[in-house]
Design a protein around this ligand. Sequence first.
Ligand SMILES: Nc1nc2c(ncn2[C@@H]2O[C@H](COP(=O)(O)OP(=O)(O)OP(=O)(O)O)[C@@H](O)[C@H]2O)c(=O)[nH]1
Ligand SMILES: C[S@@+](CC[C@H](N)C(=O)[O-])C[C@H]1O[C@@H](n2cnc3c(N)ncnc32)[C@H](O)[C@@H]1O
Ligand code: SF4
Ligand code: SF4
Length: 323
Amino acid sequence: MLTDEFGREVTGVRISLTDRCNFDCIYCHNEGLGDTRGPMDPQDDEMSADDVVRFLEVVEEFGVDSVKFTGGEPMLRQDLEEIIRRTPDSMEVSLTTNGTFLPGRAEDLVDAGLERVNVSQDALDPEDFAAVTKSGAYEKVLEGVRAAVDAGLDPVKLNMVVFEHTAGYVPEMVDHVAENDGLQLQLIEYMPELTGRPEWNIDIQRVHDWLAEQADEIEHREMHDRKRYWVDGGMVEIVDPVENPTFCANCHRVRVTHEGYLKGCLNRSDDLRPMGEMTKPEIREAYREVVANRVPYYGEYMVKNDDDEWEINDKYVEGYAEV
Ligand SMILES: Nc1nc2c(ncn2[C@@H]2O[C@H](COP(=O)(O)OP(=O)(O)OP(=O)(O)O)[C@@H](O)[C@H]2O)c(=O)[nH]1
Ligand SMILES: C[S@@+](CC[C@H](N)C(=O)[O-])C[C@H]1O[C@@H](n2cnc3c(N)ncnc32)[C@H](O)[C@@H]1O
Ligand code: SF4
Ligand code: SF4
């Protein structure tokens, strides 16, 4: 297992398989990679299945035991089942998707070795859903969630970004997961860093406080020190990375862009590391290097100034990476 200079072991990797998407969510950070709009056809810049598998075989050597496939919309990759099938058996495999392609494919993904899935669902009403995602695929997403549960994926987490437009839907989403077996809810704090619309922020502490009043039990998850609230038998987890040094101090994952660059932090694009021709020795070297250079975003890359405002730590202003 590799450990960075801040004592954070790297136990997981998140791989963006494409930056293409069939949605155009108004808040989308696209894992730090810019706009999702563009052609839907497979693009030459995407890592091949062979590259992805070779990468996974290398990080398995370093003790990485979980992989998350994301995007863009990872289910636009027709070779997703193949990639999952060829993922080393020692790794837990999960997927984050907008859910539209799960109907008809969920079982194939399970057969290939997928263990669990997160489906983005920001609202329980077609019009509210369309306002946020710019998509009319609400029914398809609900069908996708049902297909995932029926295929045996467990848990099926609903990812909901909490921001100005959706904050009012939180209570009904909490009831929704309590009433439906197999579902859990992940409330994701809106991250303004990559979208440039800070006015959409809401105070996530209010959501914590409200859930604490409703909850029968509260737990802490080791990863990111995330809080979990059990409400009427349903599980609700809050993902609150914004301006949260504790979250970053417990960050154990390295990211890979669809083009095959390693990245130490979701919020940064100045730490991209190429992996050359993606031979195993090149991947090993790049991976060691990216882990060695990983820093917590809040608390190290971003620090508070004398006016109590976050600013980039002088050490990193020039950046240290070359793309
Ligand atoms: N800044 C930041 N945001 C994160 C991080 N992990 C998750 N998020 C946010 O949460 C979103 C949803 O994450 P998912 O990929 O569905 O899953 P997860 O919550 O990371 O992981 P699991 O709960 O283990 O499935 C991400 O796209 C980010 O917006 C992180 O390490 N840093
Ligand atoms: C970038 S998407 C990629 C996977 C897939 N297309 C999906 O939507 O689930 C991964 C997750 O990031 C979340 N997300 C996107 N932009 C965000 C932002 N600005 N703040 C917080 N979460 C965001 C989405 O809601 C989604 O759950
Ligand atoms: S579905 Fe996912 S990748 Fe696509 S725009 Fe929405 S959040 Fe971004
Ligand atoms: S260092 Fe912080 S912001 Fe960066 S990926 Fe980890 S938790 Fe997210």
